[in-house]
Design a protein around this ligand. Structure first.
Ligand code: MN
Length: 726
């Protein structure tokens, strides 16, 4: 179609003013693209004119057609959205903007779930259904001119068309566009099969057409007798649908194509049923093949009567019967509902909303096998509008409940990613963890293996039940495992400290006695309680060892008090040896210092590093600064058995949270409650109300540090607590 033909066709259903408005849009587009050419060598303006032509064929409103003329202007030329809004109004500018934004979504073919999410996101982003109609018309024309592109591009675009655009057209009920998109895609993706089917269809055509003619003749007379005006057509099967049946059902071409099909279009619903009656008396209906989509429309509003009868030659004959209005909906789908009608404007907000929610329901619920019951279900629930679709940095799309925050996204990726989350970037910018995600956002999660895991606040700010469950699980399980392990460790150390071995002490008898004494049901419960400081290791071990000590004391003729007294002097001598609290296996008199980069404290697993001339520096085993070092310079070291109660170690922690009044005060007070000294503290907040507090605290051992961290995490609005490594 030339631009004049498009405008003439529009004038058939639009007013003179509207047509003049479209001409203006065309003129601006022509000016904007004046120096651009398509790969085919044609002036670029040819493309938007064809896109506008497709939409005029669908009978779309003036704003949509104007936006079609202008759809590539903002992306490809100097003319901006403001100018379009000034000249053509808010609606046209909104539509052009929508098409431009959709154009930026990059689709990488993956599995079906990803394709489905992309389709949904497409719709969610489009906001106005007309944006999708323009995009479909745009894609249709690009497919028609695909031969001018290099082969790899042809394949990539065809694939995308088949996975994203054709299903969208289908769900919108625009079968006309859907079929052409599918057939053209197949031509590039599997040319051998495509041309084979085309040739087979050609060969069969004469035979088929004469048969249809015969049926037509028979029906015409009967219907004329009943005074029913009817259009009777042979129904062409589409190449792609034949191809799919051959591939999916593993059928031969003849098995599919022998099924003859006609379509009868009449004036009214009454006539539809009258025609059905005539056909069923003329030919024998095949059982189970009659479907009344008039009484029960399909989810995409498709209406028709379907039946299969044993035709004049004894072969099955498929018949579709529908009214002219129904036929329009069958071909144009949602576009038929949106077609421009005088006096009915599309910016009527209420009807727009109704149409959009109806449309979302279709997308959510309709699938190829949808039946009447499913359709009724779909009217009750509107899940889709409660979703947002966001990207991972790799381009995967995730569907999340509306109001979701980066933490929901993190847990969706992986539970560990969620548990170790310390921050997030949305579209490249740092955001607080309670930042609400919007459809189309690119979300990047920052993790640290030194994170202390979820805080209570996370349960409040997350939206998805998935994330909430994982967080609750963490509090229950991970925490318990950790405590059990810690408790076991503390008890074993306490046993050694008292001069026994675990083998001597941890006997079934001893354990049963102690568990009974403290009312623990399992051994693990006991360790967990110690790990959680519900009870001290010393209390437990004293009980565990009392029989042993009594026996020993009896053997040596000493009282229990005397026996306990014996243990103490030994330990004091060990203590004095080394101020760092660290001992190096088999070597005395080494210069030892604790490294400042990772600030180890008793309880951390540690490694010694032999420096050049400055003795041994002690790092945490997971400190990144020693990971690269050669083994020869690393030394096995351990903490002294008995922690020196007066010795404190500096530990740097980083705390993040929502920047509210007195957050810092609450943190300082919480730390004070644990009787912990603070050596340094700095606080700052960014404009997103994200607060960060850096603090150096004076710590005795890991259990002490854990207590401080746990206390901080109970403060409302605290997101993360992290031990810092430099
Ligand atoms: Mn385009």
């Amino acid at each position: 179609m030339t631009s004049e033909q498009v405008l003439e066709k529009a004038a058939e259903y639009l007013s003179a003013d509207d047509t003049a408005f479209l001409r203006e849009a065309y003129e601006l587009a022509r000016y904007a693209h004046r120096e651009q050419y398509r790969r085919s060598g044609e002036p670029y303006i040819w493309h938007p004119v064809q896109v506008a032509g497709i939409l005029v064929d669908l009978g779309m409103d003036p704003d949509t057609v104007a936006a079609a003329f202008l759809h590539d202007v903002v992306e490809d030329t100097d003319i901006g959205l403001e100018e379009i809004e000034q000249k053509f109004g808010e609606q046209v500018a909104m539509l052009v903007d929508g098409v431009t934004k959709l154009g930026k979504i990059k689709y990488k073919s993956k599995e079906e779930q990803q394709a489905e999410n992309h389709r949904k996101m497409f719709v969610a982003m489009a906001k106005d259904i007309r944006v999708i109609l323009i995009k479909l018309a745009d894609r249709l024309h690009n497919m028609r001119t695909l031969k001018h592109l290099p082969p790899e591009k042809q394949r990539r675009i065809s694939n995308e068309t088949l996975e994203i655009f054709a299903p969208l057209a289908h769900r919108l009920g625009i079968s006309k566009i859907k079929w052409e998109l599918e057939d053209t895609s197949l031509r590039y993706l599997n040319p051998q099969q495509y041309y084979r089917i085309v040739n087979l269809m050609k060969k069969k055509r004469v035979e088929r057409e004469s048969y249809i003619e015969e049926v037509q003749e028979l029906l015409k007379d009967r219907l004329a007798g009943m005074q029913i005006e009817a259009d009777i057509h042979g129904r062409a099967k589409h190449i792609y649908s034949i191809y799919r049946k051959m591939v999916l059902q593993n059928k031969q071409f003849n098995e599919i194509y022998d099924l003859l099909a006609i379509r009868i279009v009449v004036k009214s619903i009454k006539d539809c049923y009258a025609v059905l009656g005539t056909i069923h008396t003329q030919w024998k209906p095949m059982p189970g093949r009659f479907k009344d989509y008039i009484a029960m429309p399909k989810a995409n509003m498709y209406q028709s009567l379907h039946t299969t009868v044993i035709g004049p030659k004894g072969d099955p004959l498929e018949v579709q019967i529908r009214s002219e209005d129904m036929h329009k909906v069958a071909e144009f789908g949602v576009a038929a509902h949106w077609a421009y009608k005088e006096g009915k404007t599309v910016d009527d907000a209420e009807s727009l909303e109704t149409k959009m929610s109806w449309f979302r329901e279709i997308l959510e619920w309709q699938n190829n096998t949808s039946d009447a019951q499913e359709f009724m279900e779909s009217l009750k629930i509107d899940l889709f509008s409660d979703m947002v679709f966001v990207f991972s940095p790799k381009g995967d799309v995730m569907e999340l409940p509306k109001g979701s925050v980066p933490l929901d996204f993190a847990y969706r990726i992986h539970t560990e990613v969620g548990n170790r989350c310390i921050g997030a970037k949305v579209n490249g910018k740092m955001v607080p963890l309670d930042h609400q995600l919007k459809t189309g956002d690119i979300v990047e999660i920052l993790t640290s293996k030194h994170s202390y895991g979820p805080s209570q606040d996370w349960l409040k700010i997350t939206q998805s039940s998935h994330a909430k469950n994982k967080i609750r699980q963490w509090f229950k399980k991970e925490k318990r495992d950790e405590n059990v392990e810690k408790g076991r460790d503390l008890i074993e150390k306490e046993i050694e400290k008292k001069g026994f071995t675990t083998k001597q002490v941890l006997t079934t008898d001893n354990l049963a006695r102690v568990m009974d004494k403290f009312s623990f049901t399992t051994e693990e419960d006991m360790y967990a309680a110690v790990g959680y400081h519900g009870i001290t290791a010393a209390q437990v071990v004293t009980r565990l060892t009392d029989t042993l000590r009594q026996e020993e004391a009896a053997a040596e003729g000493k009282t229990l008090t005397e026996a306990v007294g014996d243990l103490k002097p030994n330990q004091r001598t060990v203590q004095k040896k080394d101020k760092t609290g660290v001992k190096v296996k088999g070597i005395d008199n080494l210069m030892i210092r604790l490294s400042r980069c990772c600030n180890p404290v008793p309880g951390d697993s540690i490694v010694g590093y032999i420096t050049k001339g400055r003795g041994v520096s002690i790092h945490r085993a997971d400190c990144p600064n020693i990971q690269q070092e050669e083994d020869a310079r690393l030394l096995e070291v351990d903490w002294e058995q008995q922690p020196n109660q007066s010795k404190n170690y500096d530990v740097d922690i980083e705390i993040s949270g929502y920047d509210r009044r007195s957050l810092l005060n609450d943190v300082l007070q919480a730390v004070a409650e644990t009787k912990t000294n603070i050596h340094a503290v700095t606080g700052k907040a960014d404009k997103n109300k994200m607060a960060r507090i850096d603090m150096t605290v004076s710590i005795q051992h890991t259990a002490h540090l854990q207590k401080v961290v746990d206390r901080i995490k109970q403060i409302p609005d605290i997101y993360t607590v992290r031990r810092v490594m430099h």
